[in-house]
Design a protein around this ligand. Structure first.
Ligand code: ATP
Length: 482
């Protein structure tokens, strides 16, 4: 697992310097594992969200989208199993009082072994950990940590508590009285908003199985070990789709969605070798098969998306707790049943981080007589925060007016940006740094022949095109095929 923490740190700094992502409430020194998206990060995130939304609800005729509330009836989380099961095994170091997720501690140890050239040792640690987690053997996990002599990074000791489970849901009060009856949770996943609306959508949309319901929205988890930038946040956004199917067909649909989702990831212009499937050994309480799609971040291969075969677990439990029927009448079989579900669940913030990791490039442009370099974000043009920058060479001679006309022609079709300050070279570099794929420069020749220079971000090549061609030239590059 090759990691590159320098590159990772460089991306974090770049995000802050160029208006992509800021620590939340930074003037008060930030809030751990909570982040705010700045002007360009927000555009990037919105473009990814729109691409996902279109891929689900437009490309698949049998998928519709909803937008459920973050607050849900507290019994939802009893029925879903989150009250009893949504917890991670943790261990505390008695000297530093620092709390660790057990799997993270063991994975970090395996990474260390691998770095030292002991790949077999690393594999053995992960295999043993998976076994113990699958058996919920907490004594065994503690013993494994002690046997490997894993030490706390802060105290340097191996003085550990027992392994315990901690629930990850945030709770708050609904209404003014803080009684237990009013206690509700901030949703830890968006999926349950889909399950409780299953029949509303099926009936009002006259949906026939197989069909899917998609949703994008905020989710909240009190992550104990909250680090790694926007990879692990306490407030984050998920893009989830629940696909309702006939019982017994889950294996084929699970395989279908695995392939379909991998195809989507590749549609982002990321090479196939940067992805891999990771099949789960320990299945969540609701699943009969599950895997992650992992991307090779600078901090190693990590989960971006989970694909889960959830059986009829959720609908059956909601039926039991709500006493409302969750069955579907299948007209072809002339039978009623509780549908099975395949879920695809992707983190929007992790997808932002994946695109930033893939796009971030430092290029040495030095020549024999001059040192030079640039930082570029090589996003697919369709996802870039700004598509076109319009840059008059000077602030006079009527060039700004021509630039403004180009803005007015194009800004109704895609996001444009106008700038007349600083040298053209500096302006190009700023556009490279936020990933703008096309810049057009209005110069004196423009006045004579109605052409501008168009500059391409990745190759830095320039050519002259007519003003009347700009809109189509840019627009033709904004399609993401999926
Ligand atoms: P992990 O093992 O990394 O904690 P998970 O398996 O608990 O993740 P799921 O419950 O399957 O994650 O959630 C689906 C997706 O939501 C994940 O693949 C990830 O992209 C995203 N996600 C989950 N937790 C977080 C978080 N704390 N911050 C950002 N994204 C998250």
């Amino acid at each position: 697992m090759a990691t590159d923490s320098n590159r990772f740190q460089a991306i974090i700094s770049h995000c802050k310097e160029y208006g992509f992502i800021f620590p939340s409430s930074e003037i008060y020194d930030g809030l751990s594992a909570v982040y705010d998206y700045g002007q360009w990060g927000t555009e990037l995130k919105r473009n990814i969200r729109d691409h996902w939304w279109r891929s689900m609800t437009q490309f698949h005729e049998n998928i519709v989208g909803i937008d459920a509330a973050i607050f849900m009836h507290p019994t939802t989380w009893k029925a879903s199993g989150h009250v009893d099961n949504f917890s991670d095994p943790m261990i505390d170091n008695k000297d530093s009082k620092k709390r660790y997720r057990v799997d993270h501690l063991l994975e970090a140890h395996a990474d260390e072994l691998e770095k030292q050239g002991d790949a077999a040792g690393a594999k053995a640690v992960i295999a043993r950990m998976d076994e113990l987690l699958a058996a919920s053997d907490y004594d065994g996990l503690k013993k494994l940590i002690e046997t490997l002599d894993i030490k706390c990074a802060i105290s340097g000791t191996n003085n550990w508590t027992d392994v315990r489970q901690f629930n990850l849901m945030f709770s708050t009060q609904l209404g003014s009285v803080s009684e237990e009856a009013n206690e509700i949770y901030l949703r830890p996943e968006t999926a349950q908003g889909i399950f409780v609306n299953f029949l509303n959508v099926q009936k009002t949309g006259r949906m026939k199985i197989p069909f899917g319901i998609a949703q994008v929205g905020k989710a909240f988890r009190n992550e104990i070990v909250a680090r790694q930038f926007i990879f692990r946040m306490r407030e984050f956004e998920q893009m989830e789709m629940q696909f309702f199917i006939r019982p017994g067909t889950q294996k084929e649909w699970y395989e279908f969605w695995k392939e379909e989702r991998m195809k989507w990831h590749r549609s982002l212009g990321i090479p196939a070798e940067k992805f891999k499937f990771h099949d789960h050994v320990k299945l969540a309480h609701y699943a009969d098969a599950a895997c992650d799609i992992e991307y090779e971040f600078p901090i190693g291969f990590k989960e971006v998306e989970g694909i889960h075969s959830r059986t009829d677990f959720d609908l059956r439990n909601h039926q039991e707790y709500s006493k409302k029927k969750m069955t579907y009448h299948d007209p072809e079989l002339n039978q009623s049943y509780i549908p099975y579900v395949i879920e695809t669940s992707i983190g929007l913030d992790r997808t932002v981080m994946m695109l930033l990791s893939e796009a971030y490039t430092e290029e040495d442009l030095s020549t024999a007589d001059k040192k030079d370099s640039r930082s570029v974000l090589k996003f697919p043009a369709a996802l870039a925060p700004i598509k076109l920058a319009v840059l008059p060479l000077t602030k006079k001679d009527g060039l700004p007016e021509i630039g403004k006309d180009i803005m007015n022609t194009c800004k109704g079709y895609f996001k444009c940006f106008y700038e007349e300050k600083d040298t053209i070279g500096k302006r190009y570099r700023r556009m490279d740094a936020i990933g703008t794929p096309f810049c057009v420069t209005v110069d004196h020749q423009t006045k004579d022949d109605g052409t501008v220079t168009i500059r391409y971000r990745d190759s830095m090549e320039q050519e002259r095109i007519a003003i009347s061609e700009i809109k189509n030239a840019v627009e033709s590059k904004l399609k993401l095929t999926y």
